[in-house]
Design a protein around this ligand. Structure first.
Ligand SMILES: NC(=O)C1=CN([C@@H]2O[C@H](COP(=O)(O)OP(=O)(O)OC[C@H]3O[C@@H](n4cnc5c(N)ncnc54)[C@H](OP(=O)(O)O)[C@@H]3O)[C@@H](O)[C@H]2O)C=CC1
Ligand SMILES: O=C1O[C@H](COP(=O)(O)O)[C@@H](O)[C@H](O)[C@H]1O
Length: 500
């Protein structure tokens, strides 16, 4: 594939410094994303990447590693020599002060070689315990004193609870302003997550109905087939609530629930999201079991593969009480949403990999076109986030033939089918946003804080009471209690996957 140059406008220039460049995230997500930006002409030749980690690699070993990552992630055999010539490796221990002085020298040299105007991105793809001290040392050793802009990209998790998140934020804010901090939530880079706002606010037919008068409930599912993989150490300390709910799931809730922004600016959009998160109903500890369900997978089968349970995945997990599944009922106590439950559900080792949102509309007062009550089908708006990208609207229409009975029909839009191209990977979009200084799709501190405040109550309650795990089979859609959560409100999870 030839490299494309999409625009004559200035492409962003920067030295991108990746802390943790020998790690999994860099290899699986960051290198392929930078390559796709390069191939699509979104970044030109004025960039360099400095990879940092402790192992004693050379530039050549690093570049070979980058090439392998591209082959694996993008299944391609292209010549990437020119691209990888922009990559430099510097053995570096983040805990050693002298490393930072040497790093500053290397970046300064590369800035003149690659004409990057002193713009620097520091991407922390490392364990979170290092985030605060790295930010502090970047300031202390003058790495922020360049002629251009400096930006700090921080991976999740941002803290372990509200208290630790506040401490971390305080440490980082000593060195960087809020507008220099890019807290990544990769769901905000997904095409259809970004589309939620457009679907809502660019369509009169939805915006009029988008409230408690017309919507009975909203369901957000993000299910994974994968188990804990190689991440037992991290995951067992985290669990599904911290790993997925505090960030990705509540971000989707905020986008679905927010009021229309008065302008499409970062501040206006963020301010509306923050207001929605502020309106989350804070639970009392004794209410947690009524609103939330936790689960941990046992053994089972997915696509014909027999799989062990979570506790058998690694020695240190043998008596783990960590949840690999969460379902919850989230209430938003404001004028628009009073009384409308937002049900969320996420877990590992579930039946399929799928993220989707189902908005269920209220029934009309009288429907004469169905003989049986049970046959009636409410209108649903389904937003398919992944693996399929698109929207399906479920309506009722006349059954073909004699009579005037109704049946559900679907109006579908598939994103890939219409545009004819694969949508960019989330990290690709977010990296580009960072290079052009757009923080809209990154999480502001206030969003992080409100999300932690909400989820802390649930976690504290779970900490007190040992769960009866395992309680769902690998390959299922979670424990029965997750179904009962909706049934007691007169709803059920919509399994709309097979029909699409
Ligand atoms: N992997 C993923 O899919 C996702 C990861 N994340 C987040 O991204 C971050 C990185 O995750 P991941 O790549 O999986 O982690 P890995 O454990 O694979 O990588 C950690 C990296 O840190 C380096 N490192 C460790 N200690 C030091 C040190 N003292 N000085 C310098 N470098 C050090 C390691 O290299 P070396 O041993 O050579 O020093 C390695 O490059 C984490 O915050 C994680 O939560 C978020 C979403 C998804
Ligand atoms: O942040 C995370 O997300 C992934 C799921 O992301 P997706 O884009 O594949 O849906 C999850 O596997 C991981 O545990 C979590 O840290």
């Amino acid at each position: 594939m030839e490299r494309l140059f999409l625009t004559n406008l200035h492409t962003p220039k920067a030295v991108i410094v990746i802390f943790g460049a020998t790690g999994d995230l860099a290899k699986r997500k960051l290198f392929p994303s930078i390559y796709k930006l390069y191939k699509s002409g979104k970044i030109g030749d004025d960039f360099a990447v400095v990879g940092l980690a402790r192992r004693p690699w050379t530039n050549e070993v690093f570049r070979t590693n980058v090439r392998e990552s591209l082959q694996n992630a993008l299944s391609m055999e292209e010549d990437t020599e020119e691209f990888t010539s922009h990559f430099y490796y510097h053995p570096f221990d983040v805990t050693q002060a002298e490393s930072y002085t040497e790093l500053n020298g290397l970046i300064t040299d590369l800035e003149s070689t690659y004409n990057t105007d002193g713009n620097r991105i520091f991407y922390l793809a490392m364990a979170p315990e290092y985030f605060g001290s790295i930010a502090h040392r970047l300031e202390e050793y003058g790495l922020k004193n360049s002629d251009g802009w400096t930006r700090l990209v921080i991976e999740k998790p941002f803290g372990h609870d509200l208290k630790s998140a506040k401490e971390l934020n305080k440490e980082i804010r000593v060195a960087f302003n809020e507008d220099q901090i890019y807290r990544i939530d990769h769901y905000l880079g997904k095409e259809m997550v970004q589309n939620i706002e457009v679907i809502r606010f660019a369509n009169g037919i939805f915006e009029h109905l988008w409230n408690n008068r017309s919507i009975s409930n909203v369901q957000i599912t993000s299910s994974e087939e994968l188990g804990v993989e190689e991440r037992a150490r991290y995951y067992d300390h985290s669990g599904a609530a911290r790993d997925m709910v505090q960030n990705h799931m509540l971000q989707m809730v905020a986008l679905l629930a927010m009021e229309p922004p008065i302008k499409l600016t970062t501040d206006e959009i963020r301010s509306e999201k923050v207001k929605a998160l502020r309106a989350l109903r804070q639970l009392e500890p004794e209410e947690v079991d009524e609103y939330f369900v936790r689960g941990q997978y046992g053994k089972g089968t997915i696509k014909g593969n027999e799989l062990v349970g979570y506790r058998e995945e690694a020695n240190e997990l043998h008596d783990s009480n960590t949840e690999t599944f969460v379902a919850g009922k989230v209430m938003i106590d404001n004028y628009r949403w009073a009384g409308v439950p937002f049900y969320i559900r996420t877990g590992k080792r579930m039946a399929e990999k799928c993220t989707k949102i189902v908005v269920e509309f209220k029934d009309i007062p009288m429907n004469l076109y169905y003989k049986e009550e049970a046959e009636k089908h409410p209108n649903l708006l389904v937003i398919n986030i992944q693996p399929n990208e698109g929207i399906t609207l479920y309506l009722n229409a006349k059954k073909s033939g004699m009579g005037s009975m109704a049946e559900p029909i679907q109006l579908s839009y598939t994103n890939n089918g219409v545009s004819g191209i694969n949508t960019p990977e989330a990290y690709e979009k977010l990296l580009f946003d960072c290079m052009i200084g757009d923080t809209t799709n990154f999480t502001h501190w206030d969003e992080v804080a409100h999300s932690w405040a909400f989820i802390d109550t649930v976690l504290n309650r779970w900490q007190e009471v040992k769960a009866d795990f395992p309680n769902y089979t690998s390959g299922s859609m979670g424990p029965d209690a997750a179904n009962q959560l909706l049934e007691k409100d007169g709803f059920h999870w919509w399994d709309v996957a097979k029909s699409e």
